[in-house]
Write a protein that binds this ligand. Structure first.
Ligand code: GLY
Ligand code: MN
Ligand code: MN
Length: 358
């Protein structure tokens, strides 16, 4: 799936003056080895690469992990990773602090007396630029979720609850071959759509309701993430059309502007400035978007703070929103891959203003 993550990791180790790396977290371990189980350890030195798992994953690991010495461990993977670092003669072992609990670190160090050092973004930094295979996997995950959304939205009828619609999305993902959701779907009706990350509940759909759905699946180990907002039967008021056109215009402007070399905060500013100029600035309180891949939220972040420069191969969401408490909200979210000259949209579900069942 990824070209040479192990080679790239070793280059980073050498550049850091470290002679070993260890990880006990699913996302970096999937990136490095292809293994998609929940529990594993990876220990890498300049000339050795070890993969550790327990009995539950022995067969899966032997089938999917290549280029690593696979060891099935009885007892603590953390202690075994520590012991292995000692056996391999590592003097300085580095880890990604965002992916290791303090308690896990202690367990590794019970069996390893060498130096350990946190190196932020050690593997995450490699994951920022997606390979063609990873981009294709995200594209497929998006396509699947778009198909499911189209089916679910066509089947909406008065009286259905937010929870029921969320369940239909989840069911559709699995039925079509996804391993599950990339995050619990957000489905909100009417005035509840002003909750940017509200939890679907027992609110029943009625005429004139906004329908906001933010959803994604996980397919072949990669995530999708999309948001669409429409309304049911009639529009709740002219304000909704104005806000919808504003959010869509801001999103289109940002997607038109994003290109390599641009600081992430500038991309954010393109959308934010439009929304602010229309008088809704205080109602767009989150960042414009985020990277996604093995995890639903990855680097880079498109927000007001990030100086990170946009580079070809990054895959990011573009998801401006306007949320009016007690009234309703609009968010439109698509996914783009950065190209040499701009960006290409990986998602394509219709995003023009839409009244369902009119
Ligand atoms: N669904 C989470 C997000 O859009 O970031
Ligand atoms: Mn989303
Ligand atoms: Mn998102």
């Amino acid at each position: 799936m990824t070209p040479n993550p192990l080679v790239n990791l070793r280059e980073r180790l050498a550049a850091n003056g470290s002679d070993a790396f260890f990880s006990l977290a699913p996302a970096p371990n999937q990136y490095l080895t292809g293994f998609r189980g929940s529990t594993s350890a990876v220990v890498v030195t300049a000339d050795r690469a070890h993969f550790l798992c327990d009995f539950r994953y022995a067969e899966q690991a032997r089938e999917t992990v290549s280029g690593y010495e696979v060891e099935v461990v009885e007892g603590s993977l953390h202690r075994r990773a520590g012991a292995l670092l000692t056996e391999l003669g590592a003097r300085a072992a580095v880890f990604e602090p965002a992916y290791l609990l303090v308690s896990e670190h202690s367990a590794v160090c019970e069996a390893y007396q060498g130096e350990t050092r946190p190196v932020p973004d050690l593997v995450s930094g490699l994951r920022v630029i997606k390979s063609p295979g990873e981009i294709q996997a995200i594209r497929e995950a998006l396509r699947l979720s778009e198909e499911v959304y189209a089916e679910v939205i066509d089947g909406l009828r008065e009286g259905v609850t937010e929870s029921e619609v969320a369940a239909r999305l989840e069911h559709g993902f699995r039925t079509r071959g996804a391993s599950g959701t990339s995050f619990p779907p957000i489905v909100l009706f009417g005035e509840r759509s002003s909750l940017p990350h509200g939890e679907p509940g027992q609110r029943a759909l009625k005429q004139g309701d906004i329908v906001l759905a933010d959803f994604g699946c996980r397919l072949d180990g990669y995530c999708s993430d999309l948001t669409r907002t429409c309304c049911f039967g009639t529009i709740p008021g002219m304000w909704f059309r104005e806000v919808y056109d504003l959010v869509l215009g801001a999103q289109r402007a940002a997607i038109g502007a994003i290109k390599p070399g641009m600081p992430c905060k500038e991309a954010d500013a393109v959308a934010r400035e439009r929304i602010r100029a229309a008088g809704f600035g205080e109602h767009f309180g989150h960042g414009l978007g985020h990277g996604l891949g093995i995890e639903i939220h990855e680097s880079p972040r498109l927000n007001t703070q990030s100086d990170t420069l946009i580079e070809p191969g990054m895959v990011v969401t573009v998801e401006p929103g306007v949320y009016l408490p007690g009234q309703g909200g609009v968010r439109i979210e698509d996914v783009v891959v950065i190209t040499e000259s701009g960006c290409e949209e990986l998602s394509s579900a219709p995003r023009e203003f839409r009244i369902l069942n009119a």
